[in-house]
Design a protein around this ligand. Sequence first.
Ligand code: PLP
Length: 410
Amino acid sequence: MQISKRLDGITGGGSDGWELFLKARAMVAAGIPVTELTIGEHDIRTAAPVLQAMHQAALGGHTGYAAIPGVDALRAAVARRVTERTGVATTPENVLITPGGQSALFAAHMAACDVGDRALYIDPYYATYPGTIRGAGAVPVAVQARAKNAFQPRAADIAEAAQGAKSLLVNSPNNPTGVVYSRETLEGIARISQDADLWLISDEVYDTQVWEGEHVSPRALPGMAERTLVVGSMSKSHAMTGSRIGWLIGPEAAIAHLINLATHTTYGVPGFIQDAALFALQEGPDFEAEIAEPFRRRRALAKSILARQNTVGLVPAGGAMYLMLDIRATGMSSEDFAEDLLETHRIAVMPGESFGAAAWGHIRVAMTVEDAAFERALATICAHAQQRAAACVNENGPGGKPGPRIFPTA
Ligand code: PLP
């Protein structure tokens, strides 16, 4: 039997850029110690009181079919949180509880796009974006945020691609770059969304991980609440990646349609998970700050290590659990550099290309191992890059200038 074209085409064919991650995982499985700085998963597990709340809820009988849009108390708690954090009046009818942010991303594109519609997203991007768009039957169109613009997308570039498009997906704080979009960037995005009549899909799953600057939710900008769908998740903010709990915020009418989608796809989120999520949200901002704290600390450690050398550049970024490092001085592609680093030092990082052409010449480092191991790994990455950069200079003559390097897109 033939599989549908839609599913067959979900990955777009070719490499998904995650070979290095899989190789590192295979090495670990074979007993080879690897410092894994690859995926965005905390080095702590879900907090015990949250698990106790989950256990209590299950023992208390919340194990049957749960309310599909989300239980009332959780929808209300999410609405309150969004109102408090963004200043936009938000009611439970604006909230759909979903099995994680990923499910919300898919639902948002199902709401915004018909089959064959153009759906814009910003490159560098979270790995699932193009596949999610294809899965919803739309056509993914990348708009590059360039390294030379500190990975802030430019309004003019989006405007150029926006003609005839239906939606624009943005993500701030950003995975993979860590960049927090400036108010000016977001105002430009809001203006284009209105001019080109786009749905804006704003992925804000890292909204509790802001180290510098401010997180602006574009839904709060004038005229945007009616055309913005906000993706939220407790995976990163509450270290609940495996619980699969998140939400989508949007206009009431859109949420009503999305409840129909949930009825015919996920059929909601288990009640005991929702109760645990409610408990975790009620722990308040201090709990969220505690979960975010290791990344803030490690980012400071990284900055001081990087300040002692000038081979590896740190993308000026103010959020999320990642560092984007510019390794172009080595003259190597980021795939070659990451491969070489894994072979030589047993340190696994993600090549920039895994997140799109705009991240060429960069590597993404997830700050997800304990402080001492993280410091050691970062110092090693810098020393390794220095060595490779020196070799590149030697190869390219006494002038000390590396040969012409081609930066295809960044
Ligand atoms: N959006 C971004 C930018 C992410 O980095 C992730 C996960 O890493 C997700 C969405 C999906 O998160 P989840 O489905 O665990 O809520």
